[in-house]
Write a protein that binds this ligand. Structure first.
Ligand code: SF4
Ligand code: SF4
Length: 355
């Protein structure tokens, strides 16, 4: 039986909900490496509610800090449009201040892992994510044009640094396969605790829609399938109709059936909740969505000869050894590169460009 907490909260008063989440789902934090991963889609203002609200992050950081971790890191890999603006995304959203000095650019280093060969044989996952003893995911209650909703499972797509996210969109090629693929990414490192900002959620054409919805709760769970099942119901959806939830259940990652869930708190089904215009089964085979996915460019790193000091830091950092020195400047092997862009993150001269 999975348990899901639904606790009333505002951004001014959310510590009680966070404390309750840690009471219900205790984590052995003392002496451990803890990574907190909010949803930081891109540079935006906190009041646009595109990202996890800083008040929620701050309350979680305060809580974890008090439990004496050996190391605490707050970070994410923003989407492609904010790629290269990791720090700026945290600063502009107010999440940098809420991180209380624990921010780290998760794009600095990645670890290569085997992946589903239907998509790619390997992907790079942020090394700090893989090295975390405890991973705390802070998703946002939002809609999403491709996956209908973005919650616990979709938040883990941000464990991939650089342009891998865009590349996998392209390789997936259809919304159905994209649903499958996000579950495969989620499985690479399943978070230990999920705390969702649903104080103000998003409806309409997410994940960056201007249509906001006051909900006034924080959700928590130690199972992402169960949490997303509850979120789907709150949006007025049948969780069994969402392919990513079906797949997650089929591969044994959890359950969303009502008789497998124990709710701690009141679940409100939001009346007349506005779903994305191309949501659900309507997405399948929709030419507009398909064209969008196929239009995603494949970017590759290229060193600028004017700026490069030939320090070879990028070559050392590349998780798949795709870079080699040619005439005092790094060159990329296009077939080997997995577009994690750790080379660009690490370059001290800002010499790595994307082409
Ligand atoms: S060359 Fe750069 S972008 Fe490509 S895999 Fe190596 S570090 Fe990642
Ligand atoms: S890290 Fe930057 S400066 Fe160093 S070799 Fe690579 S591109 Fe050149």
């Amino acid at each position: 039986m999975h348990r899901v907490m639904i606790h009333p909260a505002s951004y001014e008063k959310c510590q009680e909900a966070i404390d309750r989440a840690f009471d219900m789902f205790p984590q052995k934090i003392k002496g451990k490496k803890v990574v907190i991963k909010p949803n930081v889609l891109r540079i935006s203002r906190a009041d646009e509610h595109i990202v996890t609200h800083p008040a929620i992050l701050r309350a979680v950081v305060d809580k974890v800090e008090a439990l004496s971790p050996a190391e605490l890191i707050v970070g994410d890999n923003p989407g492609l449009h904010a790629y290269g603006d990791n720090k700026l995304s945290f600063e502009r959203t107010g999440l940098m201040e809420a991180s209380k000095g624990y921010y780290k650019n998760l794009g600095d280093s990645s670890t290569q892992l085997e992946f589903n060969t239907d998509f790619l044989p390997h992907v790079g996952v942020s090394t700090d994510i893989m090295e975390a003893d405890i991973l705390i995911s802070l998703p946002k209650f939002k809609t999403h044009g491709l996956t209908v909703m973005t919650g616990a499972i979709k938040n883990s797509y941000g464990i991939l640094p650089g342009a891998q996210k865009a590349r996998l969109h392209q390789i997936a090629g259809s919304p159905e396969r994209f649903h499958e693929m996000i579950v495969d990414v989620f499985r690479l490192r399943i978070p230990d605790l999920f705390i969702m900002d649903a104080v103000i959620g998003m409806e309409g054409n997410g994940p960056a829609s201007p249509d906001l919805r006051e909900i006034g709760v924080v959700l928590a769970a130690d199972n992402g399938v169960a949490m997303d099942g509850v979120v789907a119901r709150m949006m007025g959806l049948d969780p069994a109709g969402l392919r990513f939830l079906q797949k997650a259940r089929d591969v044994g990652l959890g359950d969303f059936d009502s008789d497998k869930l124990e709710l701690d708190g009141d679940m409100q089904i939001l009346p007349d909740f506005n779903l994305p215009p191309l949501s659900g089964e309507a997405n399948a085979g929709n030419p507009a969505i398909r064209d969008m996915m196929h239009a995603t460019m494949r970017l590759l790193p290229k060193a600028d000869s004017e700026l490069c000091s030939a320090c070879e830091a990028c070559i050392d950092q590349c998780p798949v050894s795709a870079l080699y020195m040619a005439k005092d400047i790094p060159e990329v092997d296009e077939d080997t590169c997995i577009t994690c862009f750790c080379c660009q993150e690490i370059c001290p001269e800002k010499a790595m460009t994307l082409q």
